[in-house]
Design a protein around this ligand. Structure first.
Ligand code: MOS
Length: 732
């Protein structure tokens, strides 16, 4: 297994890597967004006269003095409205103005002088209060919102539950969560001769460029988005938010480059979040612990300011495929709240869904007096429920077995609250991880250059995932070159077509495309070798020459491709290939799997919960580069620790203001919250899925962690906390 350090690691740790706000641009003007201070209503009047007179101010844009913007939600903006097009206030923190000035401080100070009068009505901020009025969507991004897979003769899931020997039913809740990427959102827009260059962190550079083109009303060929380094995205840099749209429009209007950098607090209103959820799960089994009925009904918050994208709202899908049961019911309802928009956040769906289902499974194991792993093995699914097709690769049982051994699970006390270390109650818990494996149609390009190096490229993004390193490894491997002779280019909308980095589909989509392009480049090189008249191999049959580790080899001769290109006076040769999942999509289900084991210590006096160790075993096919893959899983586990124990978004009831919109009060795991995390990758290449055998891992690591930790807390204390985060007040 290859395991190299991140190829751009030195750039990042020395500060040389440029993020979206870092580009030096001459004549840059600075924009500062003005956000609503009421939770719902209308802007009655805006007085920006004082702001306009303020030093350095170039322009103040409001709905009364708007910027020309075009298109709607379908354009790829994360809202169902466009900034400054109307006087509606949909939530606290919505964009209501933009001030552009010579300096950031001047823009910020002038923004404070804008007087906005609102007609305000109380916002809807409580998921629970809204649940009686919940709506059932037609579908949740292609998945049915309501699905009953019932055995013949069974009229309803409740009938199946009624016929069960043991039933557990419980409701699990979690608050709105924020991605909180280390790099806040920013954009720099530069127009030259009718062409726009935009520097803005994007998971999907071409999608974002297209969105900007639509919203500013120019042909997509006129927008070039650059995003070579992204300081974290986690889903929040897939769709386009107001700052690049307004930066592009303002720069066009002013004839000057404009930069808009969101403050940390502003990211909570301007960009998206994970919906708040309430999920009720009922599990019914026979005496042997075999599920006979699985019922999962979920409610998720839906922003009145961003109903265009429901994917985050699908936790119910989890119970569709985690276990085998003759009767399965899943349902997803939506509760409209006056809060900022929801958007995909790492493992949308299964992150929340697994908290509910995997906690319910633990509750069932306790009820049955059965080991939690044994319960899961008894309900092991070998075909995808409702589709009857096998998985392209599934070794989840091996994950349980290997993880149990690494973790020493067999020594676990059979009853809760049995082990203590001084004032700390100790407990262990486990949970299943699973996440759909996706692969999209993607184009890769490989260029062999006269200096003996190769460039591999595609318009995806590296948001810290290690994608640049993965593509370097794939290119080096396919070309038989050392990694230092391969350069990977990404984060640029002008590169080969790529849907972008999301849904854990990056490696599975981009690596096969680059691999195929490398094969094609080698063929083109050999063709050149025998056809170009100055080539030493000229006139030889194709069967006489071969490519070997960067060299063209023929009878009695071996020449590096760089030297050969020099001889024939070419700077380089290019090859481009497009790859996609084929008809196998009908015959198989594709999912990445894993199992988490963790130990917690809960202070018997204060309720403080510390994570002592985590073991995670992953079945995601072939691993292209182990070091960055491990980083992905460790990062996912830490993400789950945040979800489980720390993260909470506090909405002020009367105003909808997010009271903790900063990283001091929106609490994330820091180094001292993170224990040793032991990650093991099983090695079962999934060549049904793609020739490299790699499935996705970016989101998998976080699925199940909250449940595993909550289950460990129960084991330590005997207390079952069904409301995230599991804070000390809930354990006293
Ligand atoms: Mo992911 S939430 O598809 O970046």
């Amino acid at each position: 297994m290859t395991s190299i350090s991140r190829v751009e690691g030195r750039l990042k740790v020395t500060g040389a890597a440029r993020y979206s706000a870092d580009y030096p641009v001459d004549g840059l003007a600075e924009g500062y967004l003005l956000l609503s201070t009421v939770g719902r209503g209308t802007v009655r009047a805006i007085d920006s006269a004082a702001a306009r007179r303020s030093p350095g101010v170039l322009a103040v844009y409001t709905h009364a003095d708007p910027l020309p913007l075009f298109g709607g939600a379908e354009s790829g903006v994360g809202y169902n409205w466009l900034p400054l097009r109307d006087n509606q206030v949909r939530y606290h923190g919505q964009i209501v103005g933009l001030v552009v000035a010579e300096t950031f401080e001047q823009a910020r100070d002038a923004a404070a002088l804008v007087r906005v009068d609102y007609t305000a009505v109380p916002p809807r901020t409580s998921l629970r209060d809204g649940m009686p009025g919940a709506t059932l969507p037609d579908d949740v991004n292609g998945e049915p919102a309501l699905l009953d897979l019932l055995a013949d003769g069974v009229a309803s899931i409740d009938e199946a539950l009624g016929a069960s020997d043991a039933v557990v039913t419980a409701t699990y809740t979690q608050p709105i969560e924020y991605h909180s990427a280390m790099e806040p959102h920013a954009a720099i827009a530069v127009w030259r001769d009718g062409y726009l260059t935009l520097y803005s962190g994007a998971q999907a550079p071409q999608l974002a460029a297209g969105t900007i083109a639509t919203t500013v009303g120019v042909d997509p060929s006129r927008v070039h988005l650059l995003s070579p380094h992204v300081g974290g995205g986690f889903g929040n840099k897939i769709l386009t938010w107001g700052h690049p749209v307004l930066a592009a429009a303002a720069a066009k209007a002013l004839g000057r480059p404009v930069r808009i950098v969101l403050t940390r607090e502003q990211t909570f209103g301007v960009t998206g979040h994970r919906s708040a959820m309430s999920q009720t799960v009922s599990l019914g089994t026979d005496r042997g612990g075999h599920l006979v009925a699985l019922k999962h009904d979920a409610y998720a918050s839906l922003s009145s300011g961003g109903d265009g994208f429901l994917y985050e709202a699908g936790p119910h899908t989890t119970s569709r495929y985690f276990y085998a049961s003759p009767n399965i019911h899943v349902g997803q309802r939506l509760v409209t709240l006056d809060v900022p928009p929801q958007t995909p956040m790492r493992a949308p769906g299964p992150e929340a869904g697994s908290f509910a289902l995997e906690t319910a499974m633990d509750e069932l194991a306790v009820r049955l007096g059965m080991d939690p792993i044994e319960l899961r093995l008894r309900n092991y699914a070998t075909t995808y429920p409702g589709r009857g097709v096998p998985w392209s690769g599934k070794h989840l049982d091996e994950c349980y077995r290997v993880g149990a051994e690494m973790f020493d699970w067999s020594r676990r006390a059979p009853v809760p609250r049995a082990v203590a270390d001084g004032e700390w109650l100790l407990g262990t818990g486990m949970a299943t991880a699973a996440y759909p494996a996706s692969r999209y149609r993607t184009t890769g390009k490989v260029r062999l250059q006269a200096d003996g190096t190769a460039t591999v490229s595609t318009a995806t993004s590296d948001l810290g995932t290690g994608m640049r390193t993965v593509l370097t490894v794939v290119g080096a491997d396919a070309l038989g070159l050392p990694v230092d002779r391969v350069h990977a280019a990404l984060g640029d909308s002008a590169l080969a077509d790529n849907p972008g980095a999301f849904a854990s589909a990056g490696t599975a989509s981009s690596a096969p495309a680059v691999h195929a392009a490398a094969q094609s480049a080698k063929r083109a090189l050999l063709e050149l070798a025998v056809t170009h008249e100055r080539s030493p191999f000229h006139g030889m049959g194709q069967d006489k020459v071969r490519y070997e580790r960067g060299d063209v080899v023929g009878p009695g001769r071996r020449i590096g491709f760089g030297a050969l290109l020099g001889i024939v006076d070419l700077a380089g040769i290019d090859a481009t290939e497009t790859t996609a999942l084929g008809p196998e999509r009908e015959r198989f289900a594709f999912t990445s799997f894993g199992a988490h084991f963790c130990e917690v210590a809960v202070n018997r006096w204060t309720g403080e919960c510390r994570v002592r160790r985590v073991t995670t075993v992953i079945d995601a096919g072939a691993i292209v580069n182990e070091k960055t893959a491990r980083g992905q899983i460790v990062g996912g586990v830490i993400f789950g620790i945040g979800q489980a124990l720390l993260e909470n978004t506090h909405l002020e009831p009367g105003t909808g203001r997010i009271a903790n919109a900063n990283l001091a009060d929106y609490v994330l795991p820091v180094s001292t919250d993170v224990p040793p995390i032991d990650v093991r990758f099983l090695d079962h290449p999934d060549t049904v899925f793609n020739p490299l055998g790699a499935r996705g891992i970016g989101e998998l690591g976080t699925v199940g962690i909250a449940a595993a930790l909550g289950n460990a807390v129960h084991h330590a204390t005997g207390r079952r906390v069904r409301d995230l985060p599991i804070t000390l007040d809930k354990l006293l």
